[in-house]
Design a protein around this ligand. Structure first.
Ligand SMILES: [Zn+2]
Ligand SMILES: [Zn+2]
Ligand SMILES: [Zn+2]
Length: 248
């Protein structure tokens, strides 16, 4: 390092004092480095490295003072993390760990149709008896149950017969019989109109129950009013003496 004399600086001048202070500063710095200690530049020559080192790493700031937040342990991974002064109550280190923890501790069940995991409230199972993940799967489950029930309780003979009696095909047959007979009772000749309202039935001449092959045969049908229909031998479950012949 050059001396002030070599540079031609005179005592008492501004340049001289500036030079000297700079020289002292450099000497001081070098002495500190020689001891193996870090020199802190930002704090104008104060040696704060030791003080900083004494702080826990998460609370280290640029200066001597610690950061204002706290160190919390993550509830999911157990590792320490820094929580800022406005978030001192934080218990998770990250959003991902928060979601992961909640997933691990939430109530869940498997969809019985597609096997997907459903995260939900226990009340969904206890109160609603929920079994599926979505409306689509619920529809499939209901269809499956319906099919099982139908196999378990097949329709009885009577139900099957009633289905035929009230089918659209039978409606068509009934109408065809009425039209052929011109809406007139084939026994007593009663008709609607002129202040009279009577109920017409389409009767199977050879009974519906014993002649399945003739159920939709137009020739096996005849139009009868209710009164005459009741008098036939085969009406309902009754077995009366025939006041109306079975074949006209
Ligand atoms: Zn974590
Ligand atoms: Zn599903
Ligand atoms: Zn009649």
């Amino acid at each position: 390092m050059p001396t002030p004399k070599e540079l031609g600086l005179k005592r008492g001048t501004k340049e001289y004092s500036q030079f000297m202070s700079k020289q002292n500063y450099e000497r001081h710095k070098e002495a500190r480095r020689a001891k193996g200690k870090e020199y802190h530049f930002r704090t104008r020559g104060r040696f704060v490295a030791e003080k900083r080192a004494a702080l826990p790493p998460l609370l280290r700031s640029n200066g001597v003072k610690p950061r204002k937040g706290t160190i919390n342990a993550c509830k999911f991974c157990g590792q320490d993390f820094y929580a800022g002064p406005c978030h001192k109550d934080r218990i998770f280190c990250s959003k991902e760990h928060s979601i992961q923890w909640q997933k691990d501790h939430s109530f869940r069940f498997q969809c019985v149709i597609c096997d997907k995991t459903v995260f939900t409230q226990p009340a969904q199972m206890t109160a609603r008896n929920r079994k599926t993940c979505s409306k689509k799967c619920m529809g499939e489950l209901l269809a499956k149950r319906g099919e099982e029930n139908r196999l378990k309780n097949p329709p009885t003979e009577g139900v099957l017969r009633r289905r035929i009696r009230y089918s659209a095909k039978m409606d068509k047959w009934r109408k065809a019989v009425f039209e052929r007979d011109n809406y007139t009772c084939q026994c007593c000749g009663a008709r609607n109109g002129l202040g009279r309202a009577i109920t017409l039935n389409a009767d199977h001449i050879k009974p519906f129950a014993y002649h399945p092959e003739l159920r939709f045969d137009l020739d096996n049908g005849r139009t009868l009013c209710v009164e005459c229909h009741r008098k036939t031998e085969t009406w309902g479950q009754q077995r009366k003496s025939a006041s109306v012949p079975i074949s006209p």
